[in-house]
Design a protein around this ligand. Structure first.
Ligand SMILES: Cc1cc2nc3c(=O)[nH]c(=O)nc-3n(C[C@H](O)[C@H](O)[C@H](O)COP(=O)(O)O)c2cc1C
Length: 218
């Protein structure tokens, strides 16, 4: 019992240490929900690099009144999306994970087809070929069969395909809480300890009876 307790404390500090060492690349593309990328950059431990697409920058200004310099200031490093000479465009340069938040279906579809014509899609392509963690926070609704097919290809290639989809069981009281739920789930996908949202504990509502149980036994 005591041994297990010690081990789990060690494990906790080891995970914290690993998280503080990690390098995450955050791509921000032209989908609604730039706030997810902003909140993620504020919550991520370790080193962060941000790349913002042209349309992502326009929507950041529209939704949040932020200019690219505001987004760049949230990370340790930044590159232009057209800079295919960036070190991160090469698989020889280490990073631990990439998250695209929000991810447009246009960028998602490019990645699914192996197109790397800008830095965001190129780094995603590198993450897949080098077997590094790639999380795509997709924001679009409804989805066509083309989108769904591309998402399936990406999931099969090892990406974590995550619709920007808050839950309501924690009874959120603000937009910030809904955003934190989604960002907390991204951190979960990166194995980063977080308390951004309330985890499900079983609830308080009476549970429906299982099919086999008889309500009024005769
Ligand atoms: C105000 C605005 C909101 C948009 N919202 C979305 C969206 O939620 N999801 C999406 O996939 N595309 C959305 N788009 C379209 C993309 O921005 C467009 O397809 C763009 O080419 C994506 O480029 P990028 O992925 O390189 O940023 C939106 C465009 C505008 C102008």
């Amino acid at each position: 019992m005591c041994m297990m307790g010690t081990r789990s404390v060690e494990g906790f500090f080891l995970r914290l240490h690993l998280a503080s060492d990690m390098h995450t690349v955050v791509g921000i593309t032209g989908a609604s929900g730039i706030v997810y990328g902003v909140r993620l950059l504020k919550a991520l431990p370790g080193k962060t690099t941000v790349v913002v697409s042209e349309e992502g920058a326009a929507i950041a200004e529209e939704e949040l009144g932020l200019v690219p310099a505001d987004l760049h200031a949230l990370a340790q490093a930044h590159y232009s999306n057209s800079d295919l000479f960036s070190p991160l465009a090469s698989g020889s340069v280490r990073f631990d994970a990439m998250v695209i938040a929000p991810c447009s279906v246009s960028t998602m579809s490019k990645i699914a087809c192996g197109i790397g014509d800008n830095l965001i899609s190129r780094i995603a392509s590198v993450a897949l070929k080098e077997r590094r963690r790639l999380v795509l926070l997709i924001r679009e609704t409804p989805l066509s069969s083309i989108h769904l097919g591309n998402m399936e290809r990406l999931a099969n290639a090892g990406a974590v395909v995550m619709p920007a989809c808050p839950a309501f069981y924690p009874k959120p009281k603000s937009v910030e809480e809904m955003v934190d739920f989604v960002v907390g789930r991204i951190l979960d996908a990166l194995d980063v300890e977080n308390r951004l949202y309330e985890r499900w504990t079983g609830g308080s509502a009476p549970r429906p009876r299982s099919r086999g149980s008889r309500r009024n036994p005769r």
